[in-house]
Design a protein around this ligand. Structure first.
Ligand SMILES: Nc1ncnc2c1ncn2[C@@H]1O[C@H](COP(=O)(O)OP(=O)(O)O)[C@@H](O)[C@H]1O
Ligand SMILES: [Mg+2]
Length: 116
């Protein structure tokens, strides 16, 4: 079976005594479109922030192509981040571009990544 592009294994995230993510397991495969749905405050942004290193799990690990983010060296981490694009919810889009082109903008700046 192919390796997931992104995998969360038993990821737990707490703020003080509040547990926001409780042993989350998730696999997303290359080419898959995934949607995370939940009511406001349920932890969707906290989940996504673990992918960019804005937040780190208290327990568990996040993997990219089988490699734990926590174990990446500086160079690997920057190469990984160069493949991630993150769009904020409010007022952070260029209105002259499509949603796709907004998301693609930082990636297009790096000639190494080929986009549709
Ligand atoms: N840096 C933080 N410090 C403390 N609590 C936080 C922090 N970030 C998020 N939270 C709390 O975590 C919960 C989930 O937040 P969030 O992931 O932003 O929800 P949403 O599903 O709406 O994106 C909320 O109760 C929020 O108040
Ligand atoms: Mg959110």
């Amino acid at each position: 079976m192919t390796e997931p592009l992104i995998e969360f294994k038993n990821v737990t995230k707490r703020f003080g005594d509040r547990t926001i993510l409780d042993r989350v397991n998730l696999k997303i495969y290359e080419g898959e479109v995934a949607t995370i749905i939940g009511k406001s405050g349920s932890g969707k942004s906290v989940l996504l922030k673990q992918l960019t290193g804005l937040l780190k799990p208290d327990e568990g690990d996040v993997f990219f192509r089988g490699q734990p983010l926590a174990g990446m060296r500086r160079k690997e981490w920057h190469a990984y981040l160069g493949q991630i694009s993150y769009m904020f919810q409010h007022n952070a889009l260029f209105d002259s571009l499509s949603v796709f082109d907004n998301v693609a903008l930082p990636l297009r700046g790096k000639a190494r990544y080929r986009l549709l």
